[in-house]
Design a protein around this ligand. Structure first.
Ligand code: HMG
Ligand code: MG
Length: 303
């Protein structure tokens, strides 16, 4: 299969990147992060999550973030919505896309959203229906498709089963997520191929956490199967509070560097992204988590 000539990057740093930060980050910084990402040309930014503030306190200011960001025409601003309460808040906030999030592993479903996979589907149905009625895009995120922090190995059939349910609900996109970053290219290829048998490949995205350093290889493997949407996070920020030990998402800068080197377009201003990564890492008082971003910033500083 020929590699895609264009890849859509879904920038998840304002949500996945920040949700696990222990210190509360000001709404001002979150808004500035989203605005800078918009200016850099991202077509899709996952801006925040309408989840229970008891479960994920960092996302408690979701409505404020959405009210204060500058919307770039053509950019999709997505938000997580685990239930109708989240959906109603997302609708009021003018989200372009709502994300239901389930898991291919029972144990993770319980830990992350406090219900079984079957119960989660029952909860998502009305959200999906309401999204369709409101004309809002619907995305389904599927965690633990390449391994689970609680149950270990996850059968491909479990991934396909839940992906089928998401497709039946009318998801515009389905994220195949490696929540704890244990996937390797061969398994990634097999999982993507299995999902592509039931869902059009143009609707499948890869969401890789880089815990074991496999993300770039997994992205390449997924592109070889025909996947052309990937989730990334500036400075490699990210992690799920309910997946202990998992590190951040694959760094946007690293992915852009790889894609640019392969002649694959994204429409994103790479230099601006490097600056954003350095800025947000500085704000969080830690070195940036992107190898490419740090190398370019160091080169600039030495000039
Ligand atoms: P629950 O405790 O079972 O829900 O949580 P509940 O219905 O019993 O409600 C409990 C309280 O939460 C009530 O408040 C509700 O009103 C409130 P109280 O009466 O006690 O004051 N509540 C809400 N508040 C605001 N917004 C809402 C909402 N829903 C209920 N939407 C629930 C169930 C799903 C809500 C909870 O487990 C939850 O919020 N989980 C989200 C956890 C989370 O944020 N995880 C990280 C995101 S997923 C992720 O990172 C994976 C991903 O990146 C892909 C990958 O890498 O794998 C997407
Ligand atoms: Mg994630």
């Amino acid at each position: 299969m020929a590699l895609p000539s264009f890849v859509k990057i879904v920038e998840v740093s304002p949500r996945d990147g920040l949700q696990n930060e222990k210190e509360l980050i000001s709404t001002d910084v979150k808004v500035e992060l989203v605005n800078r990402l918009s200016d850099a040309g991202f077509l899709n930014v996952e801006a925040t999550a309408f989840v229970s503030p008891k479960w994920t306190p960092q996302m408690a200011d979701a409505a404020d973030v959405m009210a204060r960001i500058r919307r770039r025409p053509g950019t999709i601003y997505s938000v997580l919505t685990p239930n109708m309460k989240g959906f109603e808040a997302a609708l009021a906030a003018g989200a372009d896309e709502v994300v239901i999030f389930g898991a291919a592993s029972e144990a993770f479903s319980q830990k992350n959203i406090n219900c079984s996979i079957a119960e989660s589907i029952d909860r998502f149905e009305p959200v999906a229906q309401a999204a369709r009625q409101a004309g809002i895009r619907l995305r389904g995120a599927l965690s633990c498709t390449l391994g689970c922090p609680y149950q270990g190995e996850v059968p491909i059939s479990s991934v396909v089963d839940v992906a089928k349910r998401f497709a039946a609900m009318g998801c515009d996109e389905i994220d195949i997520a490696d929540t704890i970053g244990v996937g390797t290219p061969q398994r990634t290829r097999q999982v993507m191929q299995a999902v592509a048998e039931i869902i059009d490949i143009s609707k499948i995205s890869g969401h890789f956490h880089d815990t074991y350093g496999q993300s770039l290889a997994n992205i390449l493997a997924a592109m070889e199967v025909g996947v052309s949407i990937f989730h990334t996070s500036v400075a490699g920020l990210g992690g799920c509070p309910y997946a202990k030990g998992a590190s951040g998402n694959v760094a946007t800068e690293d992915v852009l560097f790889m894609l640019r080197g392969m002649g694959i377009e994204t429409g994103i201003d790479f230099d601006a992204v490097v600056d954003i990564g350095q800025w947000i890492a500085g704000h969080l008082k830690r070195p940036g988590g992107s190898r490419a971003g740090n190398a370019i910033a160091a080169n600039k500083a030495n000039r």
